[in-house]
Design a protein around this ligand. Structure first.
Ligand code: FES
Ligand code: FES
Length: 161
């Protein structure tokens, strides 16, 4: 089987894959990074969102072999080594931006990408950015609020849901 090598959360990772192996499968099954969730495998839900060379990508839309030599960031690399949550993760906790948590890794990775490009997004911009990430629990309201809070904006005027 072909071998693939990439950097994942700052560490080099190598594994044998089939040509059809998806990046999402490689992360979960070869590297045991199961924080990248698979909700659909058909690029609908966004639960598998990671960053590839700094860009937000649904990892079920890419073959593992296509990530040869790439820098991958997953949810496991977002908190500090001692487990301290990053600002986005903390805001999700503070503003109840999750219920079952299935969509959360993808939401956090999508949010990180948005805030990198647009450090102070409006509510409409946050909602637009999250169009490819589905959540069946929260109604999105608290997710949007958490992302705006993580960007340092006052969210007290946004009503709780
Ligand atoms: S598992 Fe990749 S978009 Fe749903
Ligand atoms: S918190 Fe359950 S799917 Fe989003």
């Amino acid at each position: 089987m072909p071998q693939v090598s990439m950097t994942v959360n700052g560490k080099s990772a190598t594994g044998e894959v089939e040509g059809r192996t998806l990046l999402s499968t490689f992360l979960r099954e070869n590297l045991n990074l199961t924080g990248t969730h698979i909700g659909c495998d058909t690029s609908q839900c966004g639960a598998c969102t990671v960053h590839v060379d700094g860009k937000q990508v649904k990892s079920c839309t890419m073959l593992a072999l296509e990530a040869e030599g790439a820098e991958i960031a997953t949810i496991e690399g977002q908190a500090a080594e001692d487990g301290t949550l990053n600002a986005i993760q903390q805001a999700f906790q503070d503003h109840h931006g999750l219920q079952c948590g299935f969509c959360t890794p993808g939401m956090v990775m999508a949010a990180a990408s948005l805030l990198k490009e647009n450090p102070k997004p409006s509510e409409a911009e946050v909602r637009h950015h999250l169009e490819g990430n589905l959540c069946r629990c929260t109604g999105y309201h608290n997710i949007v609020k958490a992302i705006m809070a993580a960007s340092g904006q006052d969210v007290s005027a946004i009503a709780a849901e």
